[in-house]
Design a protein around this ligand. Sequence first.
Ligand code: ADP
Ligand code: ADP
Length: 232
Amino acid sequence: MITISDLSKVYGQGEKAIVALDKVSLEVPKGEIFGVLGQSGAGKSTLIRCVNLLERPSSGSIFVNGQEMTTLGGSALRQARQHIGMIFQHFNLLSSRTIADNIAFPLEVMGYSRTACQQRVKELLALVGLEQRANAYPAQLSGGQKQRVGIARALAGQPEVLLSDEATSALDPQTTHSILELLQDLNRRMGLTILLITHEMGVVKQICHQVAILEAGKLVEQGRVGDLAARP
Ligand code: ADP
Ligand code: ADP
C-alpha cells in the first residue's frame, strides 16, 4: 500500500545542511498497522510528512496505492491526498467551528452537497462515538475527544491510508489506550492501513503489526512486532 524507496531529505545547504532522512526504504502492506519508532530528532515527522508531500523529499520515491507521490503537484496532488488521511499530536482542529463543522470541512472541500455532507458527518460521529457532541466546540472537549474528532475528519473522504503523527503523545496513558483501541478497531473493521510514528514502545506493542526503528535519519531495524519483542 505504501512503498518508500531510498528516501532522503536534507534541510538547508552547505555546512548547515541537516540530513533528516538518509536512504530510508520500507513497505507498508495493505491492511497493516506499521509503526516507526525513534527518539526526538530521528526524522520521524519528516518521514511521515513526506508520504503526503507536506514535505518534499530531496530524493527517492514514495508510492501510495500504486501512485508515485513525488511526481505530483497541483490538482493531482490534492486528489491523491484525499486517499490519505492524517492525524496530529495537537489535533489541529479549527477552534471557531463546531465538531460537526470540523469534520465537514474536508467534505466541503471535496464538493459534497449539504445533505450528503450532513449524512456523512453523522456516520463519522457515530464511528468515533461522539454523536452527542456534534454542536460542541473543540475547547469544550477533552484531549481524547479532540483526537476522536481528528480521526473522524481524517476518515471523512474514506481514505485507504491513515498517517498518524504522534497522535497519542499529548494524551494520558488511559486515553492513549482508548485512542489506540479505536485505531485498531478501524484497522480490523475497515481494513484501514495505518502508518504511525511514535517515540513510545508501548504504542508499538499495543497495536502495530510491524515496526521500523529510525535513528538519526537511518532505519536501523525492521520486523514483525512479535519477533522484535522475543529477542534477548
Ligand atoms: P522527529 O519527528 O523524529 O523528532 P524531525 O523529522 O522533526 O524528527 O527532525 C529530524 C531532523 O531534521 C532534526 O534534526 C530537525 O531539527 C531537523 N528538521 C526538521 N524539520 C526541519 C526544518 N523545517 N528545517 C530544518 N531542519 C529541520
Ligand atoms: P515534532 O517533533 O512534534 O514534529 P518539532 O518541534 O520537532 O515537533 O517541529 C515542529 C515544526 O518545526 C515542524 O514543522 C518541523 O518541520 C519544524 N522544525 C523542526 N526542527 C526544525 C529546525 N531545526 N529548523 C526549522 N524548523 C524545524
